[in-house]
Ligand binder design. Structure first.
Ligand SMILES: [Zn+2]
Length: 535
């Protein structure tokens, strides 16, 4: 508590003469405590990790609806606050699946969990498939940069092996876009490939392989319906453990160590056929599942602008119950993303307690199935419950990590639109410096729900508590990812900085109100790659 007061006081004196602001509006509308109170409910064991389609998520949704009603935020789903979303759930039956590398008549079995894991996107059919392998660098085709890992190679009927990442001359947003499964596969399929083996780049792994492997049998989901099918023609999809990746390169004249060293520095990678073939069969079972997004609105008052919406989004789902880590199998998802959902609730409650004049309307969107690949937001962006063209901006909050004091606000999308400029200006007015993505290899611009809005043409930002590379804070974030990200220890029993959360909420609130009230809609920058999606 002492820490909150001292940080807020420090900010206050640095920005305003303290007597002046004390008599006008409060410097901050938040204390961090009400935020954490919501997190405590949403990440309680009773919510069972809020798996998409689960009773736990439904209980969390019931809490959200109850809070929204209290805040006087109106239902704006297709059925009250709800928007139903249908999924196909898939899981790999490992006991009836197999993969091996075949070379010189010898077969080397690949062990699921140790060597690699089968993605549930596999569609090998009934029969075992044997196919040649080609190493294609980062496996990317980026026309804007004349970058083509696939050029001049015979990929017809083959599986492409690649290391995740990109070269340093490709801007991170651009690299991120072409690294999505849909974009990547579009290029590979056009080149004739029938599958992929993605080797995780050791330089950019958020989660150690052991923790990825332990939950590999957790079902995956896809949105139901042909409009969302973006991996047609994909027969084989494996994720490879970098610690075992030398196996793929045996006899090729290259080592994985040599390639990983280039990839770490984002240097160009060579392309070459691999001597081994892959023999593979994957059994995948599927079933249908239903879940929901929650949508609520706070109407604006300007006759000309109130039918336009500024979206504030966060995902309510998390990973549910999985394999135990240190004896705990409940993945509470306190930071990921009860923390973001709690900001939405807290901001809504605050706008009830301290109303503001709003020209445009605000739309609070709590999506499901983010952890399954941004599916709830993708569905919402494709079938919004308000007219698509009326959505002018998305401010998305996902795991903003108030675990150190908020001095730097890392804004994904900072340089892409004037929404980024506004975010920086608001942060600056509160003594916080906005910085661009410090770790482009982590692809975070496409890794949360803002991306679903971006590809529909909506300028978006995702803001996080940030750090400067090489600072002690960097290690704190690194440790958090290694130990808590997507682990049961992302629970209520972890350090958090309530003052940082409060300041973050204040920035969010101001950006939301400024965007709702500014005369012009946010615009993509003329040189932004994402401008192409604008409608
Ligand atoms: Zn997550």
């Amino acid at each position: 508590m002492r820490r909150i007061l001292s940080v807020l006081a420090a900010i206050a004196t640095s920005v305003f003469p303290s007597t002046a602001f004390a008599q006008t509006s409060p410097q901050s509308h938040f204390d961090g405590k009400t935020w954490w109170d919501h997190v405590k409910v949403l990440a309680d064991d009773n919510m069972e990790g809020r798996e998409t389609g689960s009773d736990g998520l439904r209980r969390a949704q019931a809490y959200v609806v109850e809070q929204l009603k209290k805040s006087g935020v109106e239902p704006a789903g297709s059925d009250g606050y709800l928007q139903s979303v249908k999924f196909v759930e898939r899981h790999v039956d490992e006991s009836h699946s197999s993969a091996a590398l075949v070379q010189d008549g010898k077969s080397l079995a690949l062990v699921p969990g140790d060597d690699m894991l089968f993605s549930s996107k596999n569609n090998t059919g009934e029969k075992e498939i044997t196919t040649p392998l080609v190493f294609a660098g980062y496996g990317l085709k980026i026309p804007e940069k004349n970058f083509d890992d696939l050029a001049g190679q015979d990929l017809a009927g083959k599986v492409v092996v690649y290391i995740s990442g990109s070269t340093s001359d490709v801007p991170s947003a651009l690299a991120s876009h072409y690294s999505t499964m849909g974009e990547r596969w579009k290029a590979l399929r056009a080149a004739g490939a029938i599958g992929i083996i993605g080797i995780l780049n050791p330089a950019s792994m958020d989660i150690p392989w052991s923790r990825i492997a332990v939950n590999r049998l957790h079902p995956s989901m896809d949105l139901a319906g042909p409009e969302f099918a973006d991996t047609e023609g994909l027969k084989i999809s494996l994720a490879f453990n970098p610690a075992q990746a030398e196996k793929l390169f045996a006899g090729s004249g290259h080592t994985f160590a040599e390639l990983a060293a280039l990839a770490k520095d984002r240097k160009p990678l060579p392309h070459f056929p691999l001597p081994a073939s892959l023999k593979v069969h994957v059994a995948v079972q599927s079933s249908e599942l239903e879940s929901a997004n929650l949508v609520a609105k706070l109407p604006g008052s300007d006759p000309a602008l109130k039918d336009e919406f500024v979206v504030l989004s966060a995902h309510l789902d998390h990973l549910g119950i999985g394999e135990p880590v240190n004896g705990d199998r409940l993945y509470n998802g306190a930071m990921d993303d009860a923390s973001g959902s709690a900001v939405l609730l807290d901001v809504a409650a605050n706008l009830k307690a301290h109303p503001e004049k709003l020209s445009r309307s605000l739309l609070f969107v709590f999506v499901c199935a983010e952890e399954k690949g941004l599916l709830g937001s993708r569905y919402f962006a494709a079938h919004p419950t308000v007219p698509q063209k009326s959505i002018i901006a998305d401010i998305n909050i996902d795991m903003f990590l108030p675990i150190v004091p908020l001095k730097f606000l890392e804004v994904k999308g900072l340089e892409e639109s004037d929404l980024g400029d506004h975010a920086a200006a608001v942060a600056s007015s509160l003594g916080v410096k906005a910085i661009p993505d410090q770790e482009p290899l982590r692809n975070r611009f496409i890794r949360s729900d803002q991306y679903s809005f971006i590809v529909k043409g909506v300028p978006a930002v995702k803001m996080d508590v940030g750090f400067i590379l090489g600072s002690p804070e960097q290690q704190i974030f690194k440790d958090w990812l290694t130990n808590r990200y997507h682990a049961p220890s992302d629970d209520l029993d972890q350090p958090k900085d309530l003052a940082a959360a409060a300041l973050y909420e204040e920035i969010t609130r101001r950006l939301l109100i400024d965007t709702a009230n500014s005369q012009a809609r946010p615009q993509w920058k003329a040189n932004s790659f994402f401008r192409r999606f604008a409608q």
